[in-house]
Design a protein around this ligand. Structure first.
Ligand code: GLA
Length: 546
C-alpha cells in the first residue's frame, strides 16, 4: 500500500504540459520596510514548448526556448541588456514549481557583469559583496533573496512558485506607471565635480552593515587621518539605508539611519559632504525602496536633508523602462536634482551600458560607471583599470568615467598592487572613492591613499584622462597630459620584476632634459632623453615630467 502511494506521488510530480501555462508567483519578505517582493513567471505553452516572461519589482526578462520533456522543464531567461541568456530549470512537486538557475549562473536577477559593456569581465551588480548581508535586522529574507541573488536563485533555497492564474499576463501592480519618457534634451553642465570626486563610499567594506554610527566614525577618521585635507571630501552612503514611503509618498530611512538630516549636519560640521544612493527602478540592487515614480519628491527630500551627492543605480529599472527610456530615465533624475534647490553631484551607475560616455553628461551626470562591480583582487582591479583606454574622449571637468570605487586597504591585494590601483585610477582621472575601514587603516595604506603627488595627477585641473602609449606584452606605458607637463606611468602586470624604459619623445615631451619627478619615490630624477628603471611585479613607477 505504502509503495502504491509513493508510486502515485511520484507519478503526480510530472507536470502535464498544459498545467504549466499561466501565471506563477513567488513572494519574499521586503527589505527595510519595503513591500513584499513578488516575482512572477508567466508561461504560454504550445505543445511541449513554451515562452513567457519573468517580471518582478527588480527585473524583467523574456522566457524563451522553454521545453517540457516529461518531468524535465528547461528554459532560458534574457534581460533587455544581456547578450547571453540564463539557463533555467523548473521542477514541479504537485502544487508548486521550483525554479532555479542551471550551473549557478541562471539565477542572477540583476544586470550582467562588466563584460556586457565591452569592458573588463567582472561581477554584475546582483552579485555585489554582502548583498546577502544587506538584510535589515528583523526582516526575513528567504531563498534567492537571502543568497543575495535575484529571482531564480543560483544558490540558497530554490525559489518556490505557486500558480495564481491560468491566464498568462503581467500583473497590473508591476506594469510601468509612467508615461513614455521623452527623448533626452541635453542639459547644460551643472558646474560641479570640476575635478574627479574624492571621498569614501560604504559599499565595498560595509555593504548592508552601513549605519549612522559607522558613517559618523568614518567621517571622524577621514578628518583625523588627514584624508579630508588631502581632498577626500564626500562621505557616501551606498545601498541599504532606505525603508518604505509614508502616506504622502516620502521616502523613509530604516532603523539604521534614525535621522538623516542630523547625520548630514554632523558630516558637514566636519567640513565633509554627504552622499546617498538610489535608483530609477522600483527597488535598488539590494532590494530596497528606489525612486521610481517619486523622482522629484526624492530629490527634494535629499536636498532638505542636506545631501550633496547621489549615486543612481539602474539594477531593477529594467523592470519598468525600455532600452529607449534608459538615458531619459537618468535625465529624469538629472532634472529633479537641478530642481531640488541644492547642488548635488550626480553619479550614474549603470555599468557602462549603451555607451554611457556618449550621453552621460547630457542627462546631467557628473560621472558614470563604466563597468560592473570591482572586487578586491588584482585580476578584477587590473581588468577594469587597464581596459579604460579609449574612453578618454568622454572625460573632462565636470564629466568623468568611473571605473568603480577603490579597494585600497581591504586586504585582497598587496601594497604594491594597491599602489598600482591608486596610480592607475589617478592616471585615468577616475573618482577616488575609498572603500575601506578608515578607522583601522594601516600606515602603509594611509601612505598610498594620501600620496599628495599622485592625488595631484588625478585632480589635475586640465581634466584629461590618461591613455596607453605602448604595450609590450604585460608591460604598459601610459601618459596623462597635465595642465603643466605630463604624468607617465610604467606598469608591470607580469609575475616577475621587469626593466622598463620610456623615451620622453614617446610621451610628447620635446624638452631634451625635462624635470622628472618620481611620485612614489618622492624624489627628482636625472634622466635626459629617457628613463630606464626596474618595475616590480604588479607594480608601477609613476613620474611627472615637465
Ligand atoms: C550595485 C552597484 C554597487 C553597489 C550595489 C548596492 O551592485 O554596482 O556599486 O552600489 O549595487 O546594492
Amino acid at each position: 500500500m505504502r509503495n502504491l502511494v509513493a508510486c502515485i506521488l511520484l507519478l503526480g510530480s510530472a507536470l502535464p504540459a498544459a498545467d504549466l501555462g499561466g501565471t506563477w508567483l513567488m513572494e519574499q519578505a521586503g527589505r527595510g520596510g519595503s513591500q513584499v517582493r513578488k516575482t512572477y513567471y508567466y508561461f504560454k505553452v504550445e505543445g511541449n514548448s513554451f515562452t513567457g516572461q519573468m517580471v518582478s519589482s527588480t527585473d524583467s526578462r523574456k522566457v524563451q526556448n522553454g521545453k517540457i520533456d516529461g518531468d524535465t522543464i528547461t528554459f532560458e531567461t534574457l534581460g533587455a541588456f544581456n547578450d547571453r541568456p540564463n539557463q533555467m530549470r523548473a521542477a514541479f512537486n504537485g502544487e508548486e514549481l521550483t525554479i532555479s538557475g542551471v550551473g549557478g549562473r541562471g539565477g542572477r536577477g540583476g544586470p550582467p557583469p562588466a563584460g556586457a559593456a565591452g569592458a573588463a569581465p567582472g561581477r554584475g551588480p546582483a552579485g555585489a559583496p554582502g548583498a546577502a548581508g544587506a538584510a535589515i535586522p528583523g526582516t526575513v529574507i528567504t531563498g534567492a533573496a537571502a543568497a543575495g541573488r535575484g529571482p531564480g536563485g543560483g544558490r540558497g533555497t530554490p525559489p518556490v512558485y505557486k500558480k495564481i492564474s491560468a491566464v498568462a499576463a503581467i500583473p497590473a501592480e508591476l506594469l510601468p506607471t509612467h508615461k513614455p519618457l521623452p527623448s533626452v534634451k541635453p542639459l547644460p553642465p551643472n558646474k560641479l565635480a570640476l575635478t574627479p570626486p574624492m571621498g569614501w563610499n560604504s559599499w565595498n567594506k560595509f555593504a548592508g552593515r552601513v549605519e549612522d554610527k559607522n558613517v559618523r566614525e568614518m567621517a571622524d577618521a577621514i578628518v583625523s587621518s588627514g584624508m579630508r585635507d588631502a581632498g577626500y571630501i564626500y562621505v557616501n552612503i551606498d545601498d541599504t539605508w532606505e525603508a518604505g514611503r509614508d502616506a504622502n509618498g516620502n521616502i523613509l530611512t530604516n532603523e539604521k539611519f534614525p535621522d538623516m538630516k542630523a547625520l548630514a549636519d554632523y558630516v558637514h560640521s566636519k567640513g565633509l559632504k554627504l552622499g546617498i544612493y538610489s535608483g530609477p527602478g522600483r527597488l535598488t540592487c539590494a532590494g530596497y525602496m528606489a525612486s521610481y515614480g517619486h523622482e522629484e519628491q526624492d530629490a527634494k527630500t535629499w536636498a532638505a536633508w542636506g545631501i550633496d551627492y547621489l549615486k543612481y543605480d539602474w539594477c531593477a529599472a529594467s523592470g519598468v523602462y525600455t532600452k529607449e527610456e534608459h538615458a531619459p530615465a537618468y535625465e529624469k533624475m538629472g532634472l529633479a536634482l537641478r530642481a531640488s534647490g541644492r547642488p548635488i553631484v550626480y553619479s550614474l551607475c549603470q555599468y557602462g551600458w549603451l555607451d554611457v560616455g556618449e550621453w552621460g553628461a547630457s542627462v546631467g551626470g557628473n560621472l558614470w560607471r563604466t563597468t560592473g562591480d570591482i572586487r578586491d583582487s588584482w585580476d578584477s582591479m587590473a581588468n577594469i583599470g587597464f581596459n579604460q583606454n579609449g574612453r578618454e574622449k568622454y572625460a573632462g571637468p565636470g564629466r568623468w568615467n568611473d571605473p568603480d570605487m577603490l579597494e585600497i586597504g581591504n586586504g585582497g591585494m598587496t601594497d604594491t598592487e594597491y599602489r598600482t590601483h591608486m596610480s592607475l585610477w589617478s592616471m585615468l582621472a577616475a573618482p577616488l572613492l575609498a572603500g575601506h575601514d578608515v578607522r583601522t587603516m594601516s600606515d602603509s595604506i594611509k601612505e598610498i591613499l594620501l600620496n599628495k603627488e599622485v592625488i595631484a595627477i588625478d585632480q589635475d585641473k586640465a581634466g584629461h584622462q590618461g591613455v596607453r602609449v605602448r604595450q609590450d606584452g604585460e608591460l604598459e606605458v601610459w601618459k596623462k597630459p597635465l595642465a603643466q607637463g605630463v604624468a607617465v606611468a610604467l606598469f608591470n602586470r607580469s609575475k616577475d620584476a621587469a626593466k622598463m624604459t620610456v623615451k620622453w619623445s614617446e610621451v610628447g615631451v620635446t624638452k631634451k632634459s625635462p624635470k622628472v619627478r618620481d611620485l612614489w619615490g618622492h624624489k627628482d630624477i636625472k634622466a635626459p632623453g629617457e628613463y630606464a628603471v626596474e618595475v616590480p611585479s604588479h607594480g608601477v613607477v609613476m613620474l611627472k615630467v615637465n
